[in-house]
Design a protein around this ligand. Structure first.
Ligand code: NAG
Ligand code: NAG
Length: 298
């Protein structure tokens, strides 16, 4: 009886804790800034010469805050790409390119096996392919951050798709030396197990982290949570449309956000992966989402 009561109060308090955590998150969420980060995703696929001059067409025009862009690139089989830059003069920025074939990659993947790369967290297991992708750019990213004097500046980290997974791993490792101010990810897959989630959340206690999901984008449903203990980090910021709207904020694992749709159903909505807040993180200088779906469209 007492045990039941204690369990009940415990669950109620945990619910309250999450409710206040998600409403605090909602208060800090900045949709205009989320749109900036979506334009930054387009920068990650622009020619380096144009980025050096910040003269790349519409995306560059939308981002007067971004300067001193260093492209990070591994043209080997991983084909990873990202950028390091200054943002608004006072901050530094690290962003990673997505992968439009990520659903195929996640469904037919050999690298899904979890790796234990962190000596500071021996129980942390993360997706081997995502970790190798971040590793391929880590040295170049750190060199560029040093060149820009970012050890004295707040760091913003962002990514879409595979780049979102890389952004989390980068923030986790860079937090040993840099002050992580903010992380925005879009269409980010699950990255690791419960121990990794806890370690990440502890390290990012002072950072604002927003994991944005557009309508039925299948990628955030992968790898599925029934497989090898994969968990999502943090609350979800969910849009019930691929255009601009008022997002819902859900604690990880709560079913009222994207969790209300099955992975199978979402696999028929792969175009949502390139359709966020009425913008397109996949196609350079395209001001339109790949498709209009969800509330207001159907
Ligand atoms: C968060 O900030 C507080 C106050 O500046 C500091 O004492 C603490 O170590 C920071 N925590 C992390 C995880 O960085
Ligand atoms: C979508 O979300 C908005 C804002 O929360 C809400 O007003 C609207 O009813 C939702 N639409 C549907 C179809 O769920």
């Amino acid at each position: 009886m007492v045990a039941t009561f204690t369990a009940f109060v415990g669950a109620w308090l945990a619910g309250l804790h999450w409710a206040s955590a998600t409403s605090a998150l909602a208060a800090r969420f900045d949709q205009g800034l989320a749109e900036k980060y979506l334009w930054i995703q387009q920068l990650t696929i622009m020619p380096a010469a144009e980025l050096a001059r910040m003269d790349c067409g519409l995306a560059c025009e939308m981002l007067p805050e971004v300067a001193q862009v260093h492209v990070t690139e591994d043209s080997g089989p991983l084909n990873t790409r990202g950028l390091v830059a200054t943002y608004g003069g006072d901050d530094c920025l690290v962003s990673f390119k997505g992968s439009t074939s990520i659903t195929n990659y996640l469904l037919g993947d050999f690298d899904i096996l979890l790796d234990r790369p962190f000596s500071s967290c021996p129980d942390c297991r993360v997706h081997k392919g995502f970790y190798n992708s971040w590793r391929s750019l880590q040295d170049e990213t750190q060199r560029a951050l040093e060149d820009l004097g970012c050890d004295k500046k707040p760091l913003r980290v962002s990514g879409h798709s595979l780049g979102g997974a890389m952004a989390l791993l980068a923030a986790f490792q860079l937090s040993e030396k840099y002050q992580i101010k903010e992380i925005y990810t879009f269409g980010q897959p699950r990255v690791g197990n419960e121990a990794w989630v806890n370690a990440f959340e502890a390290r990012m206690a002072n950072a604002s982290f927003f994991r944005v999901v557009s309508y039925m984008d299948p990628v955030p449903h992968l790898p599925p949570s029934w497989l090898m203990g994969y968990r999502h980090v943090g609350a979800e910021v969910w849009y019930n449309t691929t255009s601009l709207g008022s997002p819902a904020f859900c604690a990880a694992g709560q079913e009222d956000c994207s969790g209300q749709f099955s992975v199978l159903r979402c696999l028929f909505h792969t175009c949502d992966h390139c359709s966020y807040l009425g913008l397109n993180p996949c196609k350079p200088n395209d001001p339109h989402p790949a498709c209009l779906q969800g509330a207001g469209y159907r």
